[in-house]
Structures are given as structure tokens and as C-alpha cells.
Design a binder for this molecule. Structure first.
Ligand code: HEC
Length: 130
């Protein structure tokens, strides 16, 4: 009888664990899917800002072939498609303080005076999709 009881205990334990674990994984998925619309918004807003502020130099594709300014500048604007997510801080800093913040020319202007950190973050998110 004792052995029988401990078997039941093990089975009950297993069931409880399964319920707990499946509970965890489903709440994780919920969290991810509830963040998705926010991310989508960031990318959309980032694209809008990018097209307004950066496209003239960096081009629609971000490759540095903007038709308005690229040919008029002494330097080719950096190809923004080469950045990876680990460089998001660097991109953020450049947008906020200009390319001078990277020890480079002053051709890439700073946007800190008329754009919030939040807006700059959206642009970074968009650039990482290029
Ligand atoms: C007037 C033209 C111009 C505009 C507008 C411009 N850039 Fe640039 N950008 C440049 C040039 C030129 C460079 C290369 C500077 C250098 O190498 O000295 C550059 C470099 C960069 C770099 C690379 C810096 C590094 O890490 O080495 C990033 C990132 C960047 N720009 C992002 C942006 C974003 C985002 C916008 C819009 C918010 C923007 N730029 C607007 C011309 C421009």
C-alpha cells in the first residue's frame, strides 16, 4: 500500500509540474505577442523619421546613395545596412550627437535638439531592419 501511494504521489507531482511548465511557456508567448505591436509601431515610426531626416543622404535603401546630398558631399554617407543589433548604441549615439561623436567628420548632423531619445530609438530599430 505504501508503494502504491508513493507512485500516485509521483504521478501527481508530474502532472503538477506539467501544468506549471505549460503555464509558464504560454504566459511567455503572451508577453512576446503583446510586445509585437509596440515593436511594429517603433519600426513604422522609425521608417517615417528615417525617410524625412536621413534618406536625402543615406538613400531609401540606407546604402549611402541618397540622391539629394550624397553626390554633393566630400564623403560617401555610411552604408547603414552593415550594422548589427550589437551596434545599436553606436547608431543611437551618432543620430543623437552626429558623426563627430564617432571621431569622424561633421557631415552627419546631430538631431538631439529637435528629436527625443524615444524617436531616435525608433530610427535605430528601423535601421536594424535594413
Ligand atoms: C547631410 C547628409 C546626412 C544626413 C542628413 C544624415 N547623415 Fe548619417 N552620415 C553622413 C555621412 C557623410 C556619414 C559619414 C561620416 C564620416 O565618415 O565622417 C554618415 C555616417 C552615419 C553613420 C555611421 C557613423 C559611424 O558609426 O561611423 C550613421 C549610423 C548615420 N550616419 C546615421 C544617420 C541617420 C540615422 C540619419 C538620420 C536621422 C543620418 N545619418 C542623416 C551623412 C548624413
Amino acid at each position: 500500500m505504501k508503494i502504491f501511494n508513493s507512485k500516485i504521489l509521483i504521478i501527481v507531482n508530474l502532472l503538477v509540474c506539467t501544468v506549471i511548465f505549460s503555464g509558464c511557456s504560454s504566459s511567455e508567448t503572451d508577453e512576446l505577442s503583446s510586445e509585437e505591436p509596440i515593436h511594429q509601431f517603433a519600426i513604422k515610426e522609425g521608417k517615417r523619421l528615417f525617410q524625412k531626416l536621413c534618406l536625402p543622404c543615406h538613400g531609401e535603401s540606407g546604402k549611402g546613395d541618397g540622391i539629394y546630398w550624397a553626390s554633393a558631399l566630400d564623403l560617401t554617407p555610411t552604408d547603414l545596412t552593415r550594422f548589427s543589433p550589437t551596434e545599436s548604441e553606436r547608431i543611437f549615439k551618432t543620430i543623437k550627437y552626429g558623426s563627430e561623436a564617432q571621431g569622424k567628420s561633421n557631415l552627419c548632423p546631430p538631431w538631439k535638439n529637435n528629436h527625443s531619445d524615444e524617436e531616435i530609438g525608433y530610427i535605430v530599430d528601423y535601421i536594424l531592419t535594413l
